[in-house]
Design a binder for this molecule. Structure first.
Ligand code: HPA
Length: 276
């Protein structure tokens, strides 16, 4: 590890994957490292796939002990930024708000609703804090454009990988993610309201990560795995069913993610650099 500007730069990685404990064996021969960020320490698994260096960050901690409202999103995304990764593929469990979505589907969400959470940003107005994004120094008050919150390139590569691998996965190419605060599941009235607002799926993490990724100029996409029908659309929502369904698709989701990353690298794809 070397030290740059006071923060430890762990290494240069091509892409980062964020997910749950089922992804620990995504990469062979990983090393577990701790990355020091201005927002706290992040545990990260670094390995490779066909010589492509990839980092994996367990969003909820090593033992799934961090609830959604306690996740240190800023530290996690900063750790990815500091490792030099330009592509981020995140996986997360979601409830279906759209009644037509099937359990086990992977929704490549293209937009989100996050009107009710507290703000999340690197730019709190502290003039001494700055971030280099696409060669430009950003500091102070920054308002990022979120016209396209999820990376179109990654979504296309993921869709193509799923089609090409011919796996029994139902990949839905777009959808709107409603980010609730958690840790409780929603009420039926909240789900009805979210449906009226246009949400297709509901979860507790993706919009937060997408927002911070954009502030850091990183391409981010989310594979939202439908683990249950949202509250009021089935008898009740249980954590057990969420985990069981999530775990059942993980082996195929891993193949899709790694193939997408491999092809991004093979085609020397350039990050979008859309908004600065
Ligand atoms: N709501 C919020 N988050 C979730 C759900 C849900 O129904 N299922 C899995 N994660």
């Amino acid at each position: 590890m070397n030290v740059d500007g006071g923060f430890i730069l762990a290494e240069e990685v091509f892409a980062a994957v964020i997910g749950g404990s089922g992804f620990y064996d995504l990469l062979k021969e990983t090393r577990v490292i701790e990355i020091d960020t201005p927002f706290g320490l992040v545990t990260c698994h670094v390995g490779s796939y066909y010589d492509i260096p990839i980092a994996f960050i367990p969003r909820h901690g090593e033992t799934h002990s961090i609830p959604p409202h306690r996740i240190n999103f800023r530290a996690n995304m900063w750790a990815i930024y500091s490792m030099g990764a330009k592509w981020i593929i995140s996986t997360n469990a979601v409830g279906a708000v759209d009644p037509n979505l099937r359990l086990g589907s992977i929704v490549l969400v293209n937009d989100f609703l996050d009107l009710w959470s507290s703000p999340i940003t690197y730019f709190d107005g502290d003039p001494s804090f700055s971030v280099i994004v696409n060669g430009k120094e950003l500091r102070g008050v920054v308002h990022v454009d979120m016209t396209e919150p999820y990376c179109r390139k990654i979504r296309n590569y993921v869709k193509k990988a799923a089609d090409h691998l011919d796996l029994p996965l139902d990949v839905v190419p777009e959808g709107i993610y409603a980010n609730t605060k958690g840790p409780r599941f929603e009420t039926p009235a909240e789900i009805r309201a979210l449906r009226m607002l246009g949400a297709d799926v509901v979860g507790m993490t993706s919009a937060r990560e997408a927002t911070l990724s954009r502030e850091l100029g990183l391409c981010y996409a989310s594979l939202s795995i439908v683990t249950n029908k949202a509250a009021g659309m089935q008898e009740k929502v249980t954590v057990k069913e969420v985990f069981e369904l999530f775990d059942s698709v993980i082996p195929d989701v891993k193949k899709v993610i790694l193939t997408a990353i491999e092809n991004l690298k093979k085609n020397d794809e350039k990050p979008c650099q859309l908004y600065y």
